[in-house]
Design a protein around this ligand. Structure first.
Ligand code: SF4
Length: 404
């Protein structure tokens, strides 16, 4: 079918077939793709509001056995640069987040064999005791699979226990491209196959949790495989309705084993737009300013995004791969308003919480993103010594620290 006929079908609110999506993605001029995506956004969000959330991306450990080829963040078990945060360090981060108007932690980390399920349960319970209103958007599907393997419990049981301890929602990280050919090439097949990633999300939705979905493109995948990824998400959303939002970003190549170059801003906007058109059952699409910068983030609002994502406060993962953009709430709101929209704070469920917090009270400006530990210290926090370590290096370290 020619582009003009496919465009007319999209404009009429029709669903795209895989074949039509491919023609549109490959052949439609960028302004047309943007206009079609913008029409979809307007139909779903007829008001003139663009939302954002104030939260903090806390990476509780960088120790990881998965060794994905695109990752510059992880350190192997036993590395002198490996770290695992302690509860008190995480509580201090929550205190700072609340001071800046934040409402949740996005808590994700490496697949550390020396952090057992009990550690997560204790952490979540204590967070909920101290901060009953604060939300835990935590543990991507591959982390949940890792904990399931470590504890030898089914995924559904791990989710049930985490929810009982205080888990509120699940971030859609670790999806990369949900095609096993790609996952094998990126060495992320063993951490989670495409079916396993989707299976965790299905279980989370069954358990009543809302989750997000992501796509990292620009490594070794074909255009057809990007679309297969989107179509698999659309199919699961048809089944469960549990996804709140979709976020896509380009692979960040610096300091990674895979190397290569980063996709252009134009490719980002085209990919965002085709996602907005294909994912007709997703309410929300976020702009990824943290990888694309503020100005492309702002342009995203004309290419299908209705949300500027997170003010973030802290970020460690994409920064390790070369992305160093920082925007505090003031900057996020400025970009939204200069594009002609009203900026509103939201929570993970996309409920509007109010106007920008800096218009309600004084909040400090934040000119750079925080990191896991501001003094750059490595090593695991002392409170880890009370938990069972699985690796030989971890056991030795904990025995040594008990004797000290
Ligand atoms: S992307 Fe995640 S799972 Fe993969 S190596 Fe990095 S920290 Fe580990």
């Amino acid at each position: 079918m020619p582009v003009s006929e496919i465009a007319a079908r999209v404009a009429a609110g029709g669903r795209l077939s895989p074949e039509d999506a491919l023609v549109l993605y490959q052949e439609a001029p960028t302004p047309l793709l943007g206009r079609l995506a913008d029409d979809v956004r307007r139909r779903k969000h007829p008001g003139n509001v663009v939302t954002y959330i104030i939260d903090r991306n806390v990476n509780y450990t960088n120790v990881c056995v998965a060794r994905c080829k695109f990752c510059a963040f992880y350190r192997p078990v036993g590395s002198a640069e490996g770290y695992t945060l302690g509860f008190e360090e995480i509580f201090r981060k929550i205190d700072e987040t609340i001071r800046l108007g934040g409402v949740q932690l996005l808590l994700q980390g490496g697949h550390n064999p020396d952090v057992p399920l009990a550690w997560y349960e204790d952490l979540f319970r204590q967070v909920k005791q101290r901060y009953p209103e604060f939300r835990l958007h935590a543990l991507s599907p591959p982390e949940i699979i890792h904990i399931s393997r470590l504890s030898q419990l089914p995924v559904a049981s791990v989710i049930e226990r985490l929810v009982a301890a205080g888990l509120d929602s699940v971030p859609g990280g670790g999806a990369e491209i949900l095609v096993d050919r790609v996952r094998k090439l990126l060495n992320c097949y063993n951490k989670a196959t495409a079916d396993e990633w989707l299976g965790v999300m299905r279980e989370a939705h069954r358990a009543g949790l809302r989750t997000t979905a992501t796509m990292m493109y620009g490594t070794v995948e074909t255009v057809e495989e990007r679309l297969e990824h989107l179509l698999r998400l659309r199919a699961l959303q048809d089944e469960t309705g549990g996804f709140t939002a979709f976020i896509t970003w380009s692979y960040q190549p610096q300091h990674t084993e895979l190397g290569g170059t980063e996709a252009t801003g134009v490719e980002y906007l085209r990919t965002l737009a085709i996602a907005r058109i294909v994912l007709d059952n997703f309410d929300n699409l976020q702009a990824s300013w943290v990888t694309q910068g503020g100005k492309v983030g702002q342009l995203s609002l004309a290419y299908g995004a209705n949300d500027m994502g997170s003010v973030m406060i802290e970020e460690n993962v994409v920064r390790a791969a070369g992305a160093e953009y920082c925007m505090d709430e003031f900057e996020v709101v400025r970009n939204i308003e200069n594009a002609g929209f009203a900026a509103k704070r939201r929570n993970m469920h996309y409920d509007i919480l109010g106007d920008p917090i800096f218009r309600e009270r004084r909040v400090p400006r934040m000119l750079e993103l925080a990191v896991a530990r501001s003094d750059g210290r490595a090593g695991e926090a002392d409170d880890l010594r009370d938990y069972e370590a699985r690796s030989a290096a971890g056991r030795r370290a904990r025995e040594g620290s008990k004797g000290a």
